[in-house]
Design a binder for this molecule. Structure first.
Ligand code: EPZ
Length: 435
């Protein structure tokens, strides 16, 4: 028995130059495909990213009878009229965080859902108490039994819900369920991320009545039926931001196309602060860096603050800057796992609690490292691109969860990055250990 894994082999040291096209936002798409089962009519979704997490989500939906028709690589038609049960449990769905969106969608439409507790990257404790609180406020009974979240209701009734923490997932989930509840729901202290707005726009295109998404109060008037629509997913803010940092760290000059510059403002502002030149166009940003980057302070915050999903990329840039920086991670407690890998490349960083103290070094040297999670993995690729010599990155399946054709896009910008297949012979003796 053999299992094939992949890794990146990077020969760093050259600047990235050229143009790159950004795909649809993974975290918006995940919620949108789940929400599309709330109508019996066929929904057409364009600008779908072709990444592992969205593909797992679509497969899981097929397993409960949803018809998924791939028109081309980035267009999918979804028909949820044939959903045969509301109990979803595939092995793969347990691995992705966004499985929780099926709770809101199934509960809204069928008033019943059974979905495994969400998985996803190990970036800290990831409770779902706010999702549960919201569903209960709408009248559902929710229990967690044997790792399965079970929610059911005679009917859902609109409610006034105050979120204890700003959470993207719970805001979207409650918005979905409330769209098909009776009466009015108000979500206070709602998350304002671009993908919250995108999901609200999608629900409205299906005939829902959601107002205020993008502010911290969202008002939803429930409707009894949703209908077909054609919808295009917004560009991925984090993929764009990752390429912005790749340009900065390699002292390159990259035009990042198909973006919404407004969504990138907190990232652009930091890059300007550390010495990059940023030019904004209607649907593109250009990032150029010529000199050694400057140090700064960063604290991750909900939108419009600096995104936690862009924290590791910033860590890599600041580790090469000319001075001392700090990064405070205030959203997830376990998002500094890339630091050990970076230190093995020559970085000088110390983590205490939720703060990284970074003393910039002049350069990294190539090393054999591994991707600890999705964004950290992408950040380490950037580190490898800037490093002298060869960097090998294992466990790139994390990166493939959220970046489409990452190596291909980077190669077009001049990066020397290859995917290497490693065939691991799995013997009876070691099969147990790796399964
Ligand atoms: C979403 O995760 C994204 N995932 C994450 O992207 C992203 O890092 C995160 O939002 C923050 O922007 C998806 O969209 C699939 P949260 P989510 O609920 O919804 C606490 C990536 O790399 N909280 O906004 O899980 C929580 O512990 C990933 O693409 C509760 O306390 O994040 C955290 O501290 C990784 N109770 C904070 O809220 C809850 O019920 C924000 O979490 C829910 C969350």
């Amino acid at each position: 028995m053999s299992e094939e894994k992949e890794r990146y082999v990077i020969n760093g040291g050259n600047p990235l130059v050229g143009e790159v096209e950004i795909g649809g936002a993974k975290n918006a798409a995940l919620a949108i495909v789940a929400a599309s089962i709330m109508t019996d009519e066929t929904v057409s979704i364009e600008n779908m990213p072709d990444v592992r997490d969205t593909n797992v989500m679509l497969e899981a939906m097929q397993s409960i009878g949803v018809n998924v028709d791939r028109i081309d690589r980035h267009t999918v038609k979804i028909n949820g009229s044939m959903v045969k049960n509301v109990n979803i449990d595939t092995e793969s769905i347990r691995k992705i965080r966004a499985s929780y969106y099926l709770m809101g969608a199934l509960l809204g439409k069928y008033k019943r859902a059974e979905v495994p507790l969400p998985g996803g990257c190990d970036i800290g404790s990831r409770p779902i108490d706010q999702h549960v609180k919201g569903f209960r406020a709408l009248g559902a009974t929710v229990s967690i039994e044997g790792g399965i979240v079970k929610a059911s209701a005679e009917k859902l009734v609109g409610a006034h819900i105050y979120m204890d923490v700003v959470t993207v997932g719970a805001t979207i989930n409650i918005m979905m369920a409330a769209s098909m509840a009776e009466g009015k729901t108000i979500i206070e202290n709602a998350a304002k991320e671009p993908h919250v707005v995108d999901v609200a726009n999608f629900l409205n295109s299906m005939g829902a009545n959601v107002k205020g998404a993008g502010t911290d109060i969202i008002r939803i008037s429930g409707v009894s039926k949703l209908k077909k629509c054609t919808y295009s997913v917004i560009p991925d803010q984090i993929e764009a931001g990752t390429f912005m940092y790749a340009a900065a760290v390699t002292k390159g000059d990259v035009l990042i196309k198909n973006v919404i510059p407004k969504h990138l403002e907190s990232i652009s502002a930091k890059l300007i602060e550390i010495g990059c030149q940023i030019q904004e166009f209607d649907d593109a940003v250009r990032v150029a860096a010529t000199k050694r980057l400057r140090p700064t302070q960063i604290k991750t915050l909900p939108y419009p603050g600096y995104p936690t999903d862009m924290q590791p990329q910033a860590g890599v840039a600041l580790a090469l800057s000319d001075g001392v920086s700090t990064i405070t991670e205030s959203i997830f407690e376990n998002r500094f796992k890339y630091i050990d890998e970076l230190v093995s490349m020559g970085a000088n960083v110390r983590v205490e609690g939720n703060t990284a103290f970074i003393e910039g070094v002049e350069g990294f040297s190539g090393a054999h490292i591994k991707a600890p999670d999705l964004r950290a993995g992408a950040a380490l690729v950037i580190a490898g691109l800037a490093a002298e010599g060869c960097t090998v990155i294992d466990d790139i399946y994390y990166i493939q969860r959220g970046y489409e054709d990452f190596d291909i896009k980077l190669r077009k910008l001049g990066a020397r990055i290859e995917v290497e297949k490693i065939s691991e012979k799995v013997t009876k003796a070691n099969f147990k250990a790796i399964s």
